[in-house]
Design a protein around this ligand. Sequence first.
Ligand SMILES: Nc1ncnc2c1ncn2[C@@H]1O[C@H](COP(=O)(O)OP(=O)(O)OP(=O)(O)O)[C@@H](O)[C@H]1O
Ligand SMILES: [Mg+2]
Length: 281
Amino acid sequence: MDKITIKNVDRGYRVKRGGKRAKEFVAIKGVNLTVKKGEFLAIVGPSGCGKSTLLDMLAGLAPIRSGEIFIDGKLMSGPDLDRGIILQGYALFPWRSVRQNVELGLEIKGVPKKERAAISQKYINLLGLQGFGDRFPYELSGGMKQRVAIARALAYDPEVLLMDEPFAAVDAQTRETLQDELLLIWEKTRKTIVFVTHSIDEAVFLSDRVAVMTVNPGSIKAVVDIPLPRPRNGIRTSAEFNRTRQQVWELLQNDPAALRVEKSYAGGQDVAELIYAAAAL
Ligand SMILES: Nc1ncnc2c1ncn2[C@@H]1O[C@H](COP(=O)(O)OP(=O)(O)OP(=O)(O)O)[C@@H](O)[C@H]1O
Ligand SMILES: [Mg+2]
């Protein structure tokens, strides 16, 4: 059964340049994608191809002006606690302790205090944060902050987790640990997960399918099935893992539009400007 259906979604931004009249910049165009209930789907693509734009739209944080998004077959019209969001950079409330951060969604839901405490403790333990409930975000390491963000999203029991490069800011070793933990949690809870990442390895290791996006304008180029068995412990060194990784890598490499944008980063130029130029060719 489809949990999320994205139908022909476009998104433009009005961009002003040097006092000229604002013109519409097409960030994503004609995006069609379905995510099955309980599926782990990763989205990869070059910088600026619209991954975050798409995720914000799924979260209901960005308006949908063209096209439709359905959750459980119902037209989605805005943010809701049925979707938990985990963004890059943690986005924890600095004045709230770990426990108070984890309880945020439960407070909004009106869950009574005693029940809230029991639920937050369960997720604090699940994410290995025992003993840190009364600490504040500034007293935590990057990996721990990321765990709090995941605990906070899980605590109010959303059916869908939307994750935008959640592990990008942590070191490689912590990242692998967090990936393993996320898979364990997913196997236990079977939530539907949409996971944006720059890392092909991460996408292949975690997901059932990988959607590869392209730029100019942002759209889905291909959706690759990941045929690797689960559980995935130890799979990173296997030949099948490398083969699948190579397949996704080639889809990204053989994309002239993507290369143009990557080059623009190397030259330190304004990316949007370059995409305009590319669009005019
Ligand atoms: N508020 C905005 N106003 C104008 N243009 C925007 C705005 N937000 C995003 N864009 C443009 O839309 C395009 C897609 O941006 P988006 O942030 O979705 O890309 P992304 O794939 O998430 O990139 P990254 O991998 O760097 O995070 C980019 O070209 C960006 O410059
Ligand atoms: Mg992004």
